[in-house]
Write a protein that binds this ligand. Structure first.
Ligand code: NAD
Length: 255
């Protein structure tokens, strides 16, 4: 019960890595606010987590790429729950593989708004509440922020932006007792991963190839990222801030 009665906001918390975070925090007694544009999955998971306990969850339909909607939703969470102890900026999209010249400004702006502007705006809204609880922010970035990825200039740039943001905000909020860290996952078995594989000629062999990139010969699970986020959200990591934690199953080893 490492998060008992504390409140966590998980953007994109209905599926994939966000879903793993919602499950882990509710499993430790937390009260989870699931913000997602996938209303059906959000309400279904919230019902399931509340029924299972020991924590609980509440779903909020929200498109995080719309700043006004995101601000209003976070204020609603505070009105409902009375506090925020952790904000997990997880919602993100990955456009199909595109070379620089094929990446329109429309695509860049869409990815930028979902992946980065939402991180910025949600943090702005949550910080006054996190100062009260001495809470934490966890940004779900990506190993592509430091390694790059072929055909992903727009995506990787948004993920690198999250890392620079994490470090600068950690400096600003350290004196207030608020810690800010980022998680950089490698390949995690989520709906996004399968959607990407399905755009390729041979999805099964693509997924097999991706699994073998980690030294364990498998992808990570959403719950493994959720447990790392829990570590960053509790006093177990009380001397850790501004870090870009590479949770990558050894994928960057053996160069
Ligand atoms: N899966 C991976 O291998 C991997 C690796 C590195 C980083 N990441 C990052 O992890 C995060 C989650 O990825 P995932 O693989 O779990 O994706 P996913 O597509 O499986 O799940 C994303 C969730 O976010 C929600 N979402 C997307 N856009 C939204 C919006 N505008 N407003 C509200 N909700 C929105 C979706 O409805 C979904 O519930 C992303 O930021 C991604 O960049 C994923």
């Amino acid at each position: 019960m490492r998060f008992q009665n504390r409140v966590v906001i998980v953007t994109g918390g209905a599926n994939g890595i966000g879903g793993g975070c919602s499950r882990v925090f509710a499993g430790e007694g937390g009260r989870v606010a699931i913000l997602d544009r996938d209303e059906q999955a959000a309400f279904q998971l919230a019902d399931e987590l509340t029924a299972t306990g020991p924590g609980s969850a509440k779903a909020y339909r929200c498109d995080v790429s719309q700043p006004d909607e995101l601000r209003a939703t976070i204020e609603q969470v505070v009105a409902d729950s009375g506090r925020i102890d952790c904000l997990i900026n997880n919602a993100g999209i990955h456009p199909p593989s595109l070379l620089l010249n094929e990446t329109s400004l429309d695509i860049l702006e869409t990815v930028w708004r979902v992946n980065f502007v939402s991180t910025f705006v949600a943090s702005q809204c949550a910080v006054p509440h996190l100062k009260i609880t001495q809470g934490t922010i966890v940004n779900i970035s990506s190993m592509t922020a430091v390694l790059g990825q072929h055909g992903s200039t727009a995506y990787a740039a948004t993920k690198a932006a999250q890392v620079g943001f994490t470090k600068s905000l950690a400096i600003e909020l350290g004196p207030h007792g608020v810690r800010v860290n980022a998680i950089l996952p490698s390949n995690i078995d989520t709906p996004l991963m399968h959607e990407w594989a399905n755009t390729l000629d041979d999805p099964a062999s693509a997924l097999d190839r991706v699994a073998k990139l980690q030294v364990f010969g498998r992808m990570g699970s959403p719950e493994e990222i959720g447990r790392t986020a829990l570590f960053l959200a509790t006093d177990d990591s009380s001397f850790l801030t501004g870090q870009a934690l590479e949770v990558e199953g050894g994928a960057s080893l053996d160069y």
